[in-house]
Ligand binder design. Structure first.
Ligand SMILES: Nc1ncnc2c1ncn2[C@@H]1O[C@H](COP(=O)(O)OP(=O)(O)O)[C@@H](O)[C@H]1O
Ligand SMILES: [Mg+2]
Length: 297
């Protein structure tokens, strides 16, 4: 196969692992920075230009799109799709998952368990939505945050009101969410490739911290998922239209709750923790999908 990886930086762990895994299997690999792809729309002859070069002859695209460039990244992915090239991540699924609210709305609609979450466009409605979310503390989070940045625990009404006030003042959209105290600073990351959970880990927040992001200093260990967690993770990825997904689950007293689904989940933390070669799993999945898509043609 001729493989295109879309990534801002070839030196990133995940990008490099995918390139190495693909080359090991004899595939030709090229890494393009999606931000520098120019897109020409022309009557069934759509073209991608890269520093003026016409990019052609590739079989599959593996997008690694960071949260800061979701919008342009999705345009680039859609362009490759329009050219009939199989992408491991669809532009639709990318857009659906990137906004935390849209992700939770879709999951909840599919009868998947999520924490109670609310949003308002009016500051004065805060008192109306807060009682639906439950007791204090509550979680306030940015709609498009990442690495735990912009996720705040507010201990009482007064503090949460002040935080909401500040976000409204700066025109930032935030979610209000019930705090799952039983999870005690731990969350579960299930890594889905195709129709399989290929690896799972438990992340534990550092002392004095409730956010279990590795970027916030959390520790991690390999985990055997319960059947219920595995089913929820697989159904969540499928519902969001993702072939490759990092599904984050909180263990609550009423069972697993899906906190978020990541469309470009990082490989470093989970490969290091579980010793599973996830890049290889992704390349093998890509090979199978490419084979299937060429048989259809
Ligand atoms: N509702 C919640 N209850 C308890 N802990 C939460 C809740 N929401 C988030 N957290 C903690 O904060 C971390 C970051 O939240 P998350 O929504 O995943 O944002 P990000 O996209 O920045 O990772 C989670 O990994 C979890 O440890
Ligand atoms: Mg997260």
């Amino acid at each position: 196969m001729r493989v295109l990886i879309l990534s801002r930086n070839p030196a990133l762990y995940s990008t490099n692992s995918l390139a190495v895994a693909a080359r090991r299997k004899g595939h030709h690999v090229r890494i393009l920075d999606h931000v520098n792809c120019d897109l020409i729309v022309d009557n069934h002859k759509n073209i991608v230009l890269y520093n003026g070069e016409h990019i052609k002859g590739y079989d599959v695209v593996i997008p690694r799109i960071g949260t800061s460039v979701t919008s342009y990244g999705s345009m680039v992915v859609r362009h490759f799709e329009s050219m009939g090239i199989f992408s491991t991540l669809s532009s639709d699924a990318l857009l659906k998952t990137r906004d935390k609210l849209s992700c939770l709305q879709i999951l909840s609609n599919a009868y998947l368990p999520v924490p109670k979450t609310a949003i308002t466009n009016n500051y004065y409605s805060f008192s109306n939505i807060v009682r639906y979310v439950g007791k204090f503390p509550v979680i306030i989070k940015l709609l498009q945050g990442t690495h735990g940045l912009g996720v705040i625990k507010a201990d009482n009404y007064k503090i949460s009101e002040s935080i909401m006030e500040a976000f409204f003042k700066t025109k930032q959209k935030v979610l209000l969410q019930e705090f799952i105290s039983e999870s005690a600073g731990e969350d579960v990351r299930a890594f889905v490739v195709g129709n399989k959970v290929v690896a799972a880990m438990m992340r534990k927040a550092k002392p004095g911290e409730f956010r279990s992001n590795l970027h916030r200093g959390a520790t991690s260990k390999k985990l055997q998922l319960t059947d219920e967690e595995e089913n929820v993770a697989l159904k969540a990825a499928k519902t969001m239209g993702l072939n490759i997904a990092g599904v984050d689950i909180l263990r609550s007293s009423r069972g697993p709750l899906i906190m978020e689904v990541n469309a470009s989940p990082g490989l470093e933390g989970i490969e290091t923790t579980t010793k599973v070669n996830i890049a290889k799993e992704i390349i093998e999945f890509t090979e199978r999908s490419y084979k299937k898509s060429s048989e259809v043609e």
